[in-house]
Each structure stands twice: as structure tokens, then as C-alpha cells.
Design a protein around this ligand. Structure first.
Ligand code: NAD
Length: 296
């Protein structure tokens, strides 16, 4: 039996190098007396995971030397009030990037919120105008999680040309843009892509044909060793809090991949935590820098 040497795709290390590169650029802006990039983050309610993500994004802004503003709303905020705030941020020339942490409370339309953020400040890359440009291969803000995955794969020199990539999950923020990016005619694309979702038949058969698997379905430890061929590259996007009485916090974080069984079969694999999550924030920071330079 062929056993390949498995390598961990270390999102923490790669994210750190992206952040250091951005910090150097920001230091230069400061030396030249120029304004530093400014990210405004909007958080609604007090969902534990969202709190953690936003806190981490704000902290990273500080580490790089960006300005950041955190705007908090109670869970009961009206859609109208939230949209008005986004409008104010769009018109605020000191703000370069705007992110509204998802998911939103049920009474607020995600579509309206995304469409209201000015496309040129949409550093999450969710606005239809940015998605449209991305599909056509035009310069745009690429959704942070798929962008982070591409940066990670690029860092480890993972070849995508001619490979069969299976993406599991078709959300607008992860799976679908990932499938488009991997299929593009460029150095991080040129894959033959199969996009799988909850209505896909024979998922296991498709996964067994994959050179690259991106698991983004939000089902803890869904992808098991019997679904992965020897030597595959496995990217685990999933982040789910699972009750765990042995942990101080009362939960542990699980990815969509059963890491222990899958890892020995892979050529490359991302861990959870320490893989895609860290890269998502790094990509957001890259988009924010781009927004600031475009803006001025
Ligand atoms: P989502 O719930 O919007 O979409 C899930 C997708 O998975 C859907 O398209 C659905 O059709 C598909 N799916 C569900 N069950 C399936 C099955 N049995 N077989 C095949 N497909 C199935 O989720 P999302 O927002 O894309 O997030 C997915 C996961 O990624 C979640 O765990 C989320 O927390 C995580 N996430 C992580 C990051 C990060 O930075 N690491 C960023 C965003 C989301």
C-alpha cells in the first residue's frame, strides 16, 4: 500500500506572514504621513461564535496598525436602523472597509444588508457586483474564506492545474465562490470542479475521484477516510461548536473532516483550528488594504 508523506497546511503561520507583510506596508503609510486603512465591523446580538470572530478581526486590525471601529446592535435592532447605519458608513470617507458579521437575526434580510454595503467598501466580497466581477475574472474583493484558502494553497505551492476538485457545500460565502475560483483560467485555478450539496447523489464516489476536496458543509467530522483517495489535498472549512464537558468552555471546535482518519491518506490537510479560519482573517485584512488604496 502506498502511504504518502502528509503535510499540514499551517494557516496560523501563513496568516502571520500575510499580516507581517501588511504591517510593513502600513508602517510605510505612517512614515509618509498617510492615513492607515480603517475597517468598520458591525455585530448584531451576542452569538458566541460571532463575538469571537469579530473580536479576532478587530484585534488583528490593531496588530497590523489599521484603525477599526466596532459597532454593536442589540438582537432586536430593526432592519431599517441597520441599513441606515450601513448607509452612514458608506458615506463616511474615513471608513475604507465595512463588514457585517453573519448570520443575522431572522427578521433582517441578509440580501438587503449585503446589497446595501457599498461595493467598493465590501471587504467580505459578498456584494453581487464583486461576485459578478469575480466570476468574470475581473479585479474585485474575493470572499475572504475562499481567498484565504487560495493564499494557503499558493504558499505551499499546491498545483491546481488539471486537478479534479470536489467542493462540498454551495453557500454564497464559501462553497460557490470556491468552486468558481478553482475553475478559473489562472495559476490558482484550472481545476475541473464538482460542486456538491445536500441533493448530491453518490457523494462518496465523487470524493474518491477528487485530487482536492474542500469540505464546507458545517457537519462535524462528516468527511471520513473511506471517502478520500490516497494523496488527496483536503481543505477543512467547517467550524462547529460541539458540547464537550471535558473542556473549560463546555465545547470543542470540530471541522467537517474526521482529521485523525483522513490525515494519514492526504498529501496536504488543514487542521481545525489553525487552518482556514486564520487565513480568512488574513484575507479580510488584504481586502481592507486594497479597499484603502483603491479609496485614495
Ligand atoms: P451553509 O450552511 O450556508 O451551507 C452549507 C452547505 O452544505 C449547503 O450548500 C448545503 O447544501 C451543503 N450540505 C449540507 N449537508 C450536506 C451533505 N450531507 N452533503 C453535501 N452537502 C451538504 O454553510 P457555510 O456558511 O458555507 O459554512 C460551512 C461551514 O464552514 C460551517 O461550519 C461554518 O461555520 C464554516 N465556516 C468557516 C469559515 C472559516 O473561516 N473557517 C468561514 C465561513 C464558514
Amino acid at each position: 500500500m502506498y502511504l504518502c508523506a502528509m503535510q499540514i497546511l499551517d494557516g496560523k503561520i501563513v496568516a502571520q506572514s500575510v499580516k507581517e507583510e501588511l504591517k510593513q506596508k502600513v508602517d510605510l503609510l505612517k512614515q509618509e504621513g498617510k492615513k492607515t486603512p480603517h475597517l468598520a465591523a458591525v455585530l448584531i446580538g451576542n452569538n458566541g461564535a460571532s463575538e469571537t470572530y469579530v473580536a479576532s478581526k478587530v484585534k488583528t486590525c490593531g496588530e497590523i496598525g489599521y484603525e477599526s471601529t466596532l459597532i454593536r446592535f442589540d438582537e432586536s435592532v430593526s432592519e431599517e436602523e441597520l441599513l441606515k447605519k450601513i448607509g452612514d458608513l458608506n458615506n463616511d470617507s474615513t471608513v475604507d472597509g465595512i463588514l457585517v458579521q453573519l448570520p443575522l437575526p431572522k427578521h433582517i434580510s441578509e440580501e438587503k444588508v449585503i446589497n446595501t454595503i457599498a461595493a467598493e467598501k465590501d471587504v467580505d466580497g459578498f456584494h453581487p457586483s464583486n461576485i459578478g466581477k469575480m466570476v468574470q475574472g475581473q479585479p474585485s474583493y474575493i470572499p475572504a474564506t475562499p481567498y484565504g484558502i487560495l493564499l494557503l494553497m499558493q504558499h505551499y505551492n499546491i498545483q491546481t492545474k488539471g486537478k479534479h476538485a470536489v467542493v462540498i457545500g454551495r453557500s454564497n460565502i464559501v462553497g460557490r465562490p470556491m468552486s468558481i475560483l478553482l475553475s478559473q483560467n489562472n495559476s490558482t485555478g484550472n481545476c475541473t470542479v464538482t460542486l456538491c450539496h445536500s441533493h448530491t447523489h453518490n457523494l462518496k464516489t465523487l470524493c474518491l475521484q477528487a485530487d482536492i476536496i474542500v469540505a464546507a458543509l458545517g457537519k462535524p467530522e462528516f468527511l471520513t477516510a473511506d471517502m478520500v483517495k490516497e494523496g488527496a489535498v483536503v481543505i477543512d472549512v467547517g467550524i462547529t461548536r460541539v458540547d464537550d464537558a471535558t473542556k473549560k468552555k463546555g465545547y470543542s471546535i470540530k471541522g467537517d473532516v474526521h482529521f485523525e482518519s483522513v490525515a494519514p491518506k492526504c498529501s496536504f490537510i488543514t487542521p481545525v483550528p489553525g487552518g482556514v479560519g486564520a487565513m480568512t482573517i488574513a484575507a479580510l485584512m488584504k481586502n481592507t488594504y486594497l479597499a484603502a488604496t483603491n479609496h485614495r
